[in-house]
Write a protein that binds this ligand. Structure first.
Ligand code: TXA
Ligand code: MG
Length: 313
């Protein structure tokens, strides 16, 4: 049992976090999407400590976070198409799966032995400052116990990983609220592996290349397992009304016990999704019901998360 400290994400907090990471200990840190559990991506033991804290099956590879294109090019091969995407969406909530660089310093445990690597250049100033302070790429999965609801507040991290990590940097609620879009960048093709706030339509518009969104049943992003983001209670979707024992998460004209967005705004709904799932999970009701949400645009990413949260486990 480790005592979990929550510190403000200011200069002193970031320095403390960098010192822990240098000792191989993972630290929870805000990004613009969700909180990440960050460790030195070039150290096998640091990466192992991330997996251990999350209880994550180690076949599931991690995203390497970088501050700039030069750092990205040290670990991955960026094609002209990758550069085009970087120009449009980095820094920001887009993760690209790219061929790993030949002499990549990334620990093989972080890529689970794959020949590709997932790379993201985050926009959040705290995550960027931490990467800069450590001086190299940080591996960071979402800061929650494996298979459970992602964290969009420091308190969510403490609830999920308290006693298992040394430090959470508190940077307030995250802006986007759902994890980054993951796209596999192939020579002349893009495949959407995980929907996010950067939609397939946005990727197509930026590149002029059609995005393959077909799931085809294979678990391409190994973390995209059927049951994921799971609260401790059953979840029922498309619920216009709630049953007696359900905490009702509302949307638009259905207010529920708490609403993702009273005005039916999908951006607001994405930002509040995991927070309300945490609240519903902590409420006294025995189950969770979620109001219908449109599947268009950002709604596709929200549906993806809800479908997994509701999946039988
Ligand atoms: O927004 C985010 O992406 C957050 C923040 C912290 O950056 N991170 C995050 O990491 O969501 P994680 O580990 O929860 O999800 C990473 C996903 C997993 O589904 C993993 O299987 C997939 O990325 N992945 C990693 N490397 C891959 C690769 N080489 N090929 C395909 N999928 C990969
Ligand atoms: Mg995750």
């Amino acid at each position: 049992m480790t005592e979990t400290l929550i510190l403000p994400a200011d200069e002193a907090g970031i320095a403390e976090a960098a010192a822990l990471i240098a000792r191989g200990l993972p630290v929870a840190v805000p990004t613009e999407t969700v909180y990440g559990l960050a460790g030195d991506a070039t150290s096998g033991t640091a990466v192992a400590a991330i997996y251990a804290a999350k209880g994550r099956p180690s076949f599931n590879p991690l995203i390497a976070h970088v501050t700039d294109l030069e750092m990205a090019a040290r670990i991955a091969i960026l094609s002209p198409l990758a550069h085009q995407l970087a120009g449009h969406f980095w820094p920001g909530p887009l993760t690209m799966v790219l061929p790993a660089a030949e002499r990549s310093p990334i620990a093989s445990l972080a890529t689970a032995g794959l020949t590709t690597i997932a790379v993201r250049m985050p926009a959040h100033p705290v995550m960027r400052a931490l990467i800069a302070a450590v001086g190299g790429p940080l591996a960071a999965p979402s800061a929650n116990a494996s298979g459970t609801i992602s964290a969009t507040r420091a308190g969510h991290v403490a609830r999920s990983l308290g006693g298992r990590i040394a430090l959470v940097l508190d940077g307030g609620a995250t802006a986007v609220g759902i994890e980054s879009t993951i796209v596999a960048v192939e020579p002349d093709r893009l495949r959407l592996l995980r929907p996010g706030s950067i939609t397939a339509a946005m990727l197509e518009e930026a590149t002029g290349i059609a995005v393959d969104t077909q799931d085809n049943g294979a678990i391409e992003a190994p973390g995209q397992m059927t049951s994921h983001y799971a609260p401790s209670k059953p979840v029922r979707l498309d619920a216009e009304t709630a049953r007696q024992d359900e905490f009702h998460i509302g949307f638009g004209s259905i207010p529920g016990d708490a609403s993702l967005s009273l005005t039916g705004d999908l951006n607001e709904a994405a930002a509040r999704l995991f927070d309300l799932l945490h609240r519903a999970d902590e409420a006294s009701a025995g189950a969770i019901a979620v109001a219908p949400i449109p599947a268009t645009g950002l709604g596709a990413a929200i549906h993806d998360r809800l479908k997994r949260a509701a999946a039988p486990r």
